[in-house]
Design a protein. Structure first.
Length: 367
């Protein structure tokens, strides 16, 4: 194993564990410099250190072996929905998770034909010169995907049928709330990662998915991290989900929350989004816009406008990877075989697949 040790795998495992080099060094009783040299490939850890590393980082020793397909990403390759409040360690964890999602998809695609990636290349004059580029891009994508007029009933499923890998997983545990969502188009398949913390409201979940789709369409070759890109992705999402030409005639002349709630359920967007849309298309004044937001916040505090979880909306829960595995399994691939091929523990593989744990949950109650 030491001779075939892959330093990039150590970096990936450490980032997935959310540990610094010093933290790993302390666990092993070595210096942080030694861990840095292992990750740089300058030196190789001893066999006993490899076993200890596997224990500390919750992987199996073969995980560190060289030779498996590997897609390296860096921080500039992913658009983070909440970049400023996402700690660097959590961004690293998210990126390492995405690398493993790609590896899983790559392994499955050797056995199952996944939908081809179908994202249009927008003209440069639209992306660079048109101040309405996000809205133009959203309309062009609806046309390219032959989306019928009106609401998009199953957004996540629509994205998957056009070759985009979408995942919904608590990959960062309790820290998922700081990550929110992110995406990358720097792999041969675009990946959008959504988190359960945002899935407690299906409308926010859908808007977040559309926001990340906007990054894939608008910012595929652009360096990430510009706040302006986040605004553009929001504008894309609003136009993609509620095209101005279609939604404007439906918006009330006065900000009637009851009417907006009905439109919310019909179009699959939040009341907040529709209030903002009213101001965006010039249907209401800024003062009316602010009053409506204040009124809605008051009603939410009274639990009169409750969020709707995503669980009841099958078309908004990713299934591409799980269905691909089910098809491969029907043709002879077992979960254990796939885990061995990827050098992953079974719980880790189930997490990547989006499959529920097979262990029953123990609940303790007071008599």
């Amino acid at each position: 194993m030491a001779a075939g040790f892959d330093p990039a795998r150590l970096t990936q495992a450490r980032r997935l564990a959310g540990l610094t080099k010093k933290a790993v060094a302390d666990e092993l009783g070595v210096s942080p410099v030694a861990v840095s040299q292992w990750e740089a490939g300058a030196t190789t850890p001893r066999p006993d250190n490899i076993g200890h590393l596997a224990d500390v980082l919750d992987v199996i020793p073969p995980f560190f072996s060289a030779g498996r397909p590997y897609a390296r990403l860096d921080g500039a390759s992913a658009h983070f929905r909440s970049l400023r409040r996402t700690p660097a360690t959590q961004r690293d964890k998210a990126i390492a998770y995405t690398e493993q999602v790609w590896e899983l998809a790559h392994a499955l695609e050797k056995r199952v034909q996944l939908p081809p990636v179908d994202l249009p290349n927008l003209p440069t004059d639209v992306l660079v010169e048109d101040p309405c580029a996000p809205e133009v891009a959203a309309r062009m994508l609806r046309e390219h995907w032959k989306v019928q007029e009106g609401p998009i009933a199953h957004l996540v499923r629509t994205m998957e049928t056009h070759g985009i890998i979408v995942t919904l997983s608590p990959f960062a545990g309790a820290a998922t709330a700081t990550v929110d969502a992110f995406s990358t188009s720097h792999l041969d398949r675009p990946v959008v990662v959504l988190t359960p913390d945002r899935a407690n409201d299906v409308y926010r979940h859908r808007f977040t998915a559309a926001h990340e789709l906007g990054h894939l369409v608008l910012h595929g070759e652009v360096a990430t991290g510009d706040p302006q890109q986040e605004k553009e992705a929001d504008r894309f999402a609003a136009e993609f989900l509620t095209p101005s030409a279609q939604i404007t005639p439906r918006l009330p002349a006065r900000l009637d929350l009851k009417v907006l709630e009905q439109l919310s359920g019909e179009w699959g967007v939040s009341v907040e989004s529709l209030i903002y849309r009213c101001r965006e298309v010039g249907a209401v004044s800024d003062a009316s816009y602010r009053r409506a937001y204040q009124r809605l916040n008051q009603l939410r505090k009274l639990n009169l406008f409750r969020p709707t979880p995503v669980e009841g909306y099958s078309g908004e829960i990713p299934i591409l990877l799980t269905r691909a595995f089910e098809l491969a399994e029907a043709n002879g691939l077992s979960l254990k075989d796939l885990a061995a091929e990827l050098s992953l523990k079974l719980p880790r593989l189930r997490l990547l697949l989006g499959a529920p744990t097979t262990r029953p949950e123990l609940r303790l109650v007071n008599d």
